[in-house]
Each structure stands twice: as structure tokens, then as C-alpha cells.
Design a protein. Sequence first.
Length: 189
Amino acid sequence: MLDAIVAALYGLHRDDFAWILRDCDHPAARLSEHSFCRALDPKGFWRVDKAQDPELRHSVLSLVAFDDLTRAIVAAGSREAGIQAFCDQHDGDGWMLPETLTLAELGLTRSVDVGVYDDRARAPQPVRNRLGERFLPWQLAQSPEESWAECERHAKAILEGAPAPATPAPPAAPVRIQTDLGPLFRGRT
């Protein structure tokens, strides 16, 4: 959700976001081949979650969320109202993972194997149930107060284990700039 919202706030269009996330939908088997990967942008987002099936990768799901957000913006008539509607859907829980995705239908951008999809990419693949339930049973059993108390305990534990903040360094003495650079530079303007 957050990546989609940030992309919208930056004013990215779908083609821009798809270009940034290009090559993220290649099969994991192809992304394990060094010769294939040499043809891809070495700094590309295709590297994120590359061992996962493409429909489970953060980058692919970000583009799916962006598409849903774009529809919400169009329906609401403004970016701000669309983002609010996107976040308020599902009783305020916001965007949810799709049940399935068909990669070949997503229109992701590729720089290699453009338009080449295997049979698996042309068939709906399960997403939500493969990533597990949104909440674990023990989370659902807690009241909101218990949940916030647990968050506070975790924060305290993290802070207690963290190193003490560094004391600020005293202000540095002013830097003296040498104006005479020697005989080699004298008389030059």
C-alpha cells in the first residue's frame, strides 16, 4: 500500500512505475541464471525477492496496489480523496492482497523476453493464501489495549538493548582558509 501511495504522491503514471519495477515478473528459475541476469539492469528492483515466485514479490504486488489506487483516484475525482478511499476500504483496513494474480495480464514492463510468458504466467496463481493469514490467532485474541501494551513493551525492550545515543560533539573550531598558496600561484588571477 505504502509504495503505491508514495508513487501516486510523486505523480508517477502507471508506465513510469512499471518502468521503475521492470523485469520484476520473470520466473524465479530465470532469475537464478547468471547469464540471464547479466542482461538485466544490475541495480534493478528485479533483485528484490527474486527467489520467490513473481506473484509473491513485493515489487509486483506494489504495482497491483498502484493499479487499484489509480482506480480509486479516478472514482473519487482527486488524488487526495482517492488515497483516502484506498486506505478506508475493507472497513478501514485498506488495500488487501488479491486472492490470485495472472502475471501475463498485469502489463508489467520487461527489457528482456518482452511479451514472452510461460503457461504458469498465463494462469491465475494464488497469492493471499500462500502468504498466510493477515493476523495470527494470538493477535486476534488480544484487545486493542493489550495490543498497544505489547507494542509498548517491545519498544522499551528495543530501547533498553540499543546503545545510548552519542553525545553531540562540541562545535568545531572555525576553519582557517589559507590564502597564500605559494610562489607557484602568486601573480595569477
